[in-house]
Design a protein around this ligand. Sequence first.
Ligand SMILES: *Cc1c(COP(=O)(O)O)cnc(C)c1O
Length: 428
Amino acid sequence: MNYKRSSALFAQAETFIPGGVNSPVRAFKAVGGTPIFVKEAKGAYLYDEDGNTLIDYINSWGPMILGHAYEPVVNAVIEKAKKGTSFGMPTEIETQIAELAVSMVPNIDKIRFVNSGTEACMSAIRLARGFTQKEKIVKFAGCYHGHSDSFLIQAGSGAITFGSPNSPGVTKGTAKDTLLATYNNIDSVKSLIEANKNEIACIIIEPVAGNMGCIPPKEGFLQALRTLCDAHNILLIFDEVMTGFRLAKGGAQELYNVKADIVCFGKVIGGGLPVGAFAARSEIMNHLAPLGPVYQAGTLSGNPLAMAAGLAMLEALNNDSEIFTRLAEKTEYLHKGFAEVLNNNRINHKINRVGSMISIHFTEENVVDFETSANGNNETFKKFFHGMLQEGIYIAPSAFETWFITDALTYEDLDVTIQAVNKVASKL
Ligand SMILES: *Cc1c(COP(=O)(O)O)cnc(C)c1O
């Protein structure tokens, strides 16, 4: 396959857009080469500007859980657009999607819609701080909660007490209020709580990590967080931007039967349009303006096109009692297939999987946190990525990303993918 036109388009894009992309993860910095420009997509397939057809395992980084250009979503957006695309006034469809989301997700009474996952997480921690009247937050190294300042923090030299900015532009002042814990390590959380008595407003976590590969929570880990939060008057925030409406109707809260205080959404909830949301029980949500003192707003929040897309998507998921089982079965099929061909080719690897999220790590040790994920062999990953691309399989251009399985994938597509892994593995 050649990607000549994509390369030319990328060169043009670089002239006017920093790095040629509007979000860095789209660039091929971690794997080398130039990004592929997509022309259109339908179901499980991408059609690029060079005329190649690719099987897609990124799916817009999660939203397209039913495949690209899913007709009920597309039609809902077209019909809405004809009636005006933004009003800055309340519309009935906002209540309709809110009611449906609240009925699908456990432990939430009210939900507010925003325009991205970043906004959802940023607003959720403000709400937690306003509600608890405490200022510090705990996040886990390797978890991604969008690009707002409070989350662009890495473990500093004094990691046990506070973090340091991992991007210029994030102030030391902001960094000192974000504490870094280790995923799947409850003792790291306990020490932070001990060292910051009565100062921690919330603990925010991806209940299944998806931004350092796919990393499932260890048995009992989420429950232990819940217990700690209860004991210390700390709010537990599940960032379900990736897992929400993907792992189950009620997301990770339902799958693991652990109750969060605030839940963040994005990706699937917008059906491919720019949507995020955060939700909690009334007692917490009523702290938000205009009811309460915590300010949060948005000109395009609850935008009718976005709500139409999201509502059509949630309805489709809500009306299909088999969808999450079907997705998990397809993902398990891939897992078994990958494991077999990688073992046959004697490639050191670990595969992590939960529901329709899966990742392959080129390493011998179990991948349970950021460090073990970062220890994977990136040179092998690069070869694997470009090899797969030559076979017409589009996976994320970074070893730290999860593959997203969609309902549009057929078992034939999965077999083609397993065969591609076999072919590429034989040359690794
Ligand atoms: C994608 C993602 C975000 C950020 O969402 P955006 O819509 O890209 O701002 C936040 N948290 C998690 C877990 C995500 O996967």
